[in-house]
Design a protein around this ligand. Structure first.
Ligand code: SAM
Length: 238
């Protein structure tokens, strides 16, 4: 069923008036919905309603409530993705996908091989907008927090002691992420993904000294953004 989100809270679910131009156009012109058609709308408080079109007039869609959908789509584990900064707009795509998966926090990390060494305000607000839209589109209730940039060494020294702390490393030959997750009972998973050039040997050694578990995602070398999505997805499906 088609889902739309309304940027403001729905005051009276019994009488919903959609005025957002883009949404009205999609409903009436693209999908060519008419009176009696049913779809789902979410508002920015995470409320989700199934509604029926009652009337279309003055470029507005007037709906009545069919039912309030109370579906909890949050994950049973808390996934914190520590992602090294990436070039171009890869982080945009990555933020959207891992938000759909349901990660709780995205922590941008500066590691030795990062080509990009800082995040400007525009990029950060762009990521936050993408995260918000992806949360609502995927039925999440709480958008992942996009944290401030942190240095790799600081990040690994401040991890929750009772968490499963993982670092994905393409040179790890033995331990597959899936195997570690199959035996895991921790509710918090901290997941480190490197930049295009990977983690340095110094960082891998430091990770080991701080009891992070090196894990493999298989024999193929994945792009960082692919690795982030695959690993978050595996953690989400335990
Ligand atoms: N140094 C790599 C190379 O030789 O091309 C590139 C690193 S890869 C593009 C970026 C990040 O994705 C890595 O730091 C790692 O975190 C993750 N990654 C990619 N493939 C992986 C694999 N097969 N197993 C575990 N992690 C992987």
């Amino acid at each position: 069923m088609f889902r739309f989100f309304i940027k403001s809270a729905i005051e009276d679910p019994q009488h919903i008036v959609i005025t957002d131009k883009e949404t009205v156009n999609k409903i009436t012109k693209v999908l060519r919905f008419g009176i009696g058609d049913v779809f789902v709308i979410l508002d920015n408080t995470g409320e989700e309603y199934e509604v029926r079109i009652q009337e279309i007039k003055n470029k507005q869609v007037l709906c009545t409530l069919v039912s309030r959908l109370n579906i909890d789509r949050e994950l049973p584990v808390e996934i914190n993705l520590y992602q090294s900064l990436l070039k171009k707009d890869k982080l945009e795509w990555l933020c959207q996908k891992v938000t759909e998966i349901g990660v709780k926090r995205i922590i941008p990390v500066i590691s030795e091989n990062c080509v990009v060494k800082e995040l400007n305000l525009n990029k950060t607000s762009r990521y936050k907008k993408i995260i918000e839209e992806a949360t609502i589109q995927s039925g999440g209730k709480i958008p992942p927090k996009f944290e401030s940039v942190v240095q790799f060494e600081n990040a690994i020294k401040n991890l929750h002691p009772r968490a499963l702390n993982l670092i994905c490393h393409e040179e790890e030959q033995d331990l597959l992420l899936a195997e570690v997750l199959a035996k895991n009972s921790e509710k918090i998973i901290n997941l480190f993904i490197g930049p295009e050039g990977g983690f340095s040997q110094f960082e891998i050694d430091l990770a080991r000294q701080n009891s992070l578990v090196l894990v493999s995602l298989g024999k193929r070398i994945l792009r960082a953004e692919t690795a982030a999505v695959i690993s978050s997805g595996l953690c989400a499906s335990i």
